[in-house]
Design a protein around this ligand. Structure first.
Ligand code: CA
Length: 233
């Protein structure tokens, strides 16, 4: 995008809010902030932002609830959750509410900037090209609209799920490792165990959507010791 990306930071801790604002302004963003859940939700629902950095533990309305309300309004709004909560259950809750990414506190600011930039890059690609993936006899995925169908059943995807499918589809002749997915889809150079589990959680969610029987995948298969592979026909 030629204009500066517009970022909303919803964070009640003044030092973090101020620090993030300075960092993102330095990196060429325009930044607005909100100090609690009510202000955050009101601003987030305006749809004016290219990306929302959303703290989970907030006074008023928590970040999960804000994420949920924004998703009901706009399924494509890029959102990154910021939180000290990094248990599997919290990650699953955040991802199931449709967050594009999930960054545990304390985080590296340099890493956060890279991840924000990675989400924005992918958002632009999806905005600019309508891509339809067809898998097997009955599965069709509309990447631009985060939707699809299997037979007569309508499917809804998160942006991250679409990106995983696109990454696997582009390499459909071979398996893609979890490291490669973390690099290509999440933008990580290196990763932690937490992030490896995040890949598995996403794959499990995707299978529940696209597989007739998620326990015996026929489309998104596991290749033992090598990673995941998408069978395109
Ligand atoms: Ca907080």
């Amino acid at each position: 995008m030629s204009r500066k990306p517009h970022l909303l930071i919803v964070e009640d801790e003044v030092a973090i809010r101020g620090g993030l604002t300075d960092v993102f302004v330095f990196h060429g963003f325009t930044v607005e902030s909100a100090v609690d859940g009510h202000e955050g939700l009101r601003k987030a629902l305006t749809g004016a932002f290219d990306l929302i950095l959303l703290d989970v533990m907030l006074p008023g309305i928590n970040g999960f609830e804000i994420c949920n309300r924004v998703r009901l309004n706009d399924r494509a709004q890029p959102i990154i959750l910021l939180t000290a909560k990094t248990s599997d259950a919290d990650i699953i809750q955040g991802l199931s509410l449709g967050a594009d990414d999930y960054v545990g506190k304390p985080f590296s600011v340099a890493q956060l900037v890279l991840r924000v930039q990675a989400v924005l890059r992918r958002t632009r690609v999806n905005d600019e090209s309508l891509q339809v993936l067809r898998l097997g006899d009955s599965l069709e995925i509309d990447a631009a609209n985060l939707s699809g169908r299997r037979g007569s059943e309508a499917l809804a995807f998160t942006r991250r799920e679409i990106e995983i499918l696109q990454c696997l589809h582009a390499r459909a002749e071979r398996p893609v490792s979890r490291d490669e997915l973390l690099h290509e889809v999440w933008g990580y150079a290196k990763h932690l165990d937490l992030e490896t589990r995040t890949v598995d959680i996403h794959i499990a969610k995707l299978r529940r959507k696209i597989e007739l029987d998620p326990t015996t995948p026929q489309v998104l298969i596991t290749v033992r010791g090598a990673g995941y592979r998408l069978l395109v026909h």
